[in-house]
Design a protein around this ligand. Structure first.
Ligand code: SF4
Length: 891
């Protein structure tokens, strides 16, 4: 018997890259906590990371290879993949095949996928969902620094006196970093400016929020650049010693910024607010400008990145403690993917595919038969080419493009049309796996071994602490087995991920001679034990810096000729598609606090399901009034590309003219909730990153004739496939599922609809109440004195508190409960309201009651009374807002 010991690993979700400790619990369980020794998080975790131990079950997992939907075995499936790819290449050439991979892959997986496509198939058609996430930052870094480098580290976020967050809702999307910023506010009075078209949990804690007109960031930073120059606040000696192109960039910036008024008008801001920001920046040496998807996901994303970097290199605010431009990476291993060149316009180890010397170097190192000699197809172009029939075989690894890409209807058509689609994934049913000819079961988090690199260039180990379930295998193994069957066995004969990492590290130092900062060659000789014990380390890791490098460019030393950074001459240009009379609003999209990507993992965790259990569209009060929308009702959102239905949240934090929808819902858990159906596919001309945050849209009430919610223990993990249901969405509870449903035509028979939704269930006690006049219908199935299912229907959405009925699941139903269900009258205090604190399942009503009855007047007292906010802290910004609404502070 092997003793189970605590294992240190890294979070599966965002680019913060928090360290975790998985500790055995009971015979087979695991408890996941924050690693106090990991420099990224020092023990802190957010709501998603805290719930990772609840994602280790096997429900919904793909556990064996499948061919055409039928269970198969590895030999047959791998042979088929290798045969089809080989035959397609032979008949149509290497450009006819493609891989679409993921920032969720480990670096070792990414390395072999990239090596197979670029060095052995001989095309560069490997792109990744990181294209949707941070490819504009990559392009901006390369243009400015000569290499894709995030210069600083997380300590800079602690040490900065001014944090500028651009297009980043860090409180929800990088919560642990946000908590570090909050701590810096308390410890040394760090100030925060948030530049974002919408008010968010992050902007609410800021000294200044600039609700910028969508897409105008270049003008705002060009304005800052010009203002700094006019005020004599640029660093002339830094500019002359370490940069090129200052004058041309300043001249271009002046086009956007002839006056502060011009900039304020263009950006839709108050002059005094804009000036305040400029003065704060100008007066503070230690400034970090952190940016995320609001900058990257734009048709001018690369220019936005360079407009920001221009201001930092003009003032020498880079490479030193507490200052610098800082790209916050979305995914856990987007940075690792960049290191191995896992995108269509890159080569491995930060080398350029457009550079013949680099291609020769990599080919020589790999001893490969062919080498891709041109850039491959970036994500949007790749699926367009597939739609035209040019890509005939596709392998998707660990991602869900049928949900996440823009104009996703077109993407699904392309996938359906592609001759041969392979998907390796941990989940059996996703919108993408539906298209697969071959499904390959991949190992999930906790089952695989390798490394990831976070936003601050820190490489950490992700470790296996559970056995491989069923026939699942690590991605690197699957890729190498296919490569072997394609005839490339010698080059892919790795015994383990450590061997792959050693090769990756060796390539980074191969003929490098200081030409590329990405150099981890000091790790190239690690044996398995050293690899296993590798402590989190920041690259470069070389013989002169064997313990890593916290900051790059401390005194210039950029990867450009003569070591100089480049100013980029950029001018503002409008987003690709503009609102008009038919589509007068701008649709913005993004993440919510407790969900991750397309919910394949977080959507299965009850603790994370009820902070936001359905797609919510945020609308300003003015737009709600103009469009006759009611808070809590359903609305139809239309763009030129498609339609979605979502619940309306009228929010003072939204600026008129702009609406916001979350990205997470898919066809597997909702009808018409997929934001990818709506979003246009305009891309940045340099980075190829799609403009996911700016699509002209319109919104109108969805005229529901009936609403219902179904709470059921026996929920099939599928859509309620019943005529007349336009809207449904499923949330996973603890031992039950909750469906919200609606239709625009009143059912001919409410009881027949109830029978269809509840299904036959012999041997249950049925409670039924109907009031046809008022349109109130309540049905409950009781089995063994417990609630088995419950269906509440009516003409109004405000049927009954869901939280009350959810609290009855799994407990003995009393006579009083039966009466309450039939009467539609919940017990006093039973409605806890929408979940605010996921860790302890504390709802809004519980918190407001606590404030009303005087048990608490501030966050600390709420924590003492209810525990809310005392674990991961992800809900603290919302708690602050709730307290402020009840106890406004004097101005
Ligand atoms: Fe994971 Fe949350 Fe840390 Fe991101 S901030 S790495 S999601 S625990």
């Amino acid at each position: 018997m092997t003793l189970r010991a605590p294992i240190k690993t890294t979070c599966a979700y965002c680019g913060v890259g928090c360290g975790l400790v998985a500790t055995p619990e009971g015979a087979e369980g695991w408890l996941v906590t924050g690693d106090p020794d990991h420099p990224a998080n020092a023990g802190l975790l957010c709501s998603k990371g805290s719930a990772l131990d609840q994602t280790l079950g096997l429900e919904g997992r793909l556990l064996s290879p499948r061919i055409d939907g039928e269970k198969s075995n590895w030999d047959k499936a791998l042979d088929l993949v290798a045969e089809k790819f080989t035959a397609t290449i032979k008949e149509h050439g290497p450009q006819s095949v493609a891989f679409y991979v993921s920032g969720q892959l480990l670096t070792e997986d990414y390395y072999v996928a990239n090596k197979l496509m670029k060095g052995f198939i001989g095309a560069a058609n490997i792109d990744t969902n990181s294209r949707l996430c941070m490819s504009s930052s990559v392009a901006g870094h390369k243009r400015a620094f000569g290499e894709d480098i995030v210069p600083g580290n997380y300590e800079d976020l602690d040490q900065a006196d001014l944090m500028v967050l651009v297009g980043s809702n860090a409180a929800w999307c990088h919560p642990v970093l946000y908590q570090r910023m909050q701590a810096a506010q308390e410890e040394h009075g760090q100030k925060m400016v948030v530049i974002d078209p919408r008010g968010t949990a992050t902007s609410q804690g800021a000294e200044l929020h600039l609700p910028i007109k969508p897409g105008t960031d270049v003008a705002l930073f060009n304005g800052l650049f010009v203002w700094l120059s006019q005020q004599g606040l640029v660093d002339q000696s830094y500019i002359s010693d370490h940069t090129t192109g200052f004058e041309a960039a300043l001249e271009a910036a002046r086009v956007d910024a002839q006056s502060i008024d011009q900039v304020a008008d263009y950006c839709g801001l108050e002059i005094k607010d804009l000036l305040k920001f400029y003065e704060m920046f100008g007066a503070t040496k230690k400034v970090v400008t952190a940016f995320s998807q609001g900058v990257n996901q734009s048709s001018s994303g690369t220019d936005k990145v360079n407009a920001i970097i221009n201001c930092h290199i003009a003032t020498g605010r880079i490479g030193l403690a507490g200052m610098g431009p800082f790209s916050l990476t979305g995914q856990p291993n987007a940075m690792g993917g960049r290191e191995v060149g896992g995108m269509a316009n890159m080569l491995a180890a930060h080398m350029d595919i457009d550079n013949a010397a680099h291609r020769d170097l990599v080919q020589d190192f790999w001893q490969s038969p062919v080498m891709a000699d041109q850039q491959g197809l970036k994500a949007i172009d790749l699926f367009d080419a597939m739609g035209r029939g040019d890509i005939k075989a596709l392998w998707v690894m660990g991602t869900n493009p049928a949900v996440s890409l823009p104009d996703v209807g077109k993407v699904n058509e392309a996938l359906a049309k592609c001759d041969f689609v392979v998907v390796s994934d941990i989940i059996e049913q996703t919108d993408t796996t539906q298209h697969a000819d071959v499904l390959l079961p991949a190992a999930g988090w906790g089952e695989k071994d390798g490394t990831v690199t976070n936003s601050e260039r820190r490489i950490s180990r992700q470790k296996k602490f559970m056995p491989l379930p069923g026939e699942a295998r690590p991605d690197w193994w699957i890729i190498c087995e296919v490569a072997r069957r394609m005839g490339f066995g010698d080059a892919f004969a790795y015994d383990n991920p450590a061997a792959i990492f050693r090769e990756h590290a060796a390539l980074s130092g191969y003929q490098n001679d200081g030409q590329r900062l990405f150099d981890i060659s000091a790790l190239a000789n690690m044996d398995e034990a050293a690899y296993d014990n590798l402590q989190p380390i920041q690259w470069p890791v070389t013989s002169t810096h064997p313990t890593g490098t916290p900051r790059c460019f401390p005194a210039g030393g950029f990867t450009k000729p003569e070591g100089r950074a480049s100013f980029l001459a950029v001018t503002a240009r409008p987003p690709g598609d503009q609102p008009d009379a038919d589509f007068p609003l701008v649709l913005n999209s993004g993440r919510v606090r407790d969900q991750w990507h397309t919910m394949t993992r977080t959507g299965a965790v009850p603790q994370l399901s009820f902070h936001m259990s359905e797609p919510i569209v945020d609308v300003s009060p003015e737009d709600a009034q103009n469009s006759q929308l009611q808070d809590g009702a359903l609305a139809k959102i239309n763009t030129r590309h498609g339609q979605a239905i979502a619940r309306v949240n009228v929010s003072d934090h939204m600026v008129a003219g702009s609406i916001f929808l979350p990205i997470h819902w898919s066809e597997t858990n909702a009808a018409q909730g997929r934001v990818g159906d709506l979003v246009n596919a305009f891309v940045d001309p340099v980075s190829g990153q799609p403009e996911l945050k700016h699509t002209p849209a319109t919104i109108a009430p969805y005229q529901a004739a009936w609403h219902a919610f179904l709470l059921t223990k026996a929920a099939p993990n599928t859509a309620p496939n019943i005529d007349g249901i336009d809207f449904w969405v499923r949330a996973q509870g603890d031992g039950f599922a909750l469906y919200e449903l609606a239709g625009d035509t009143e059912p001919l028979s409410w009881s027949a609809l109830a029978d269809q939704l509840l299904g036959d269930d012999d041997g249950v006690e049925l409670l039924a109440y109907s009031d046809a006049g008022r349109g109130n219908y309540r049905f409950a199935q009781i089995r063994d004195d417990q609630l088995n299912a419950c269906l509440i229907m009516g003409r109004d959405h405000h049927l009954l508190p869901r939280s009350w009925l959810m609290s009855l699941v799994g407990v003995e139903i009393s006579a009083l409960d039966r009466q309450s269900i039939l009467a539609g009258r919940p017990a006093k205090g039973a409605d806890t309201g929408a979940i605010i604190c996921s860790c302890f399942s504390i709802g809004l009503n519980q918190i407001t009651d606590c404030l009303k009855d005087g048990r608490a007047t501030n966050i600390e007292e709420i924590g003492k009374a209810l525990s809310a906010g005392t674990n991961c802290g992800s809900c603290l910004p919302e708690l602050k807002e709730i307290v402020a609404a009840r106890h406004p502070q004097p101005a």
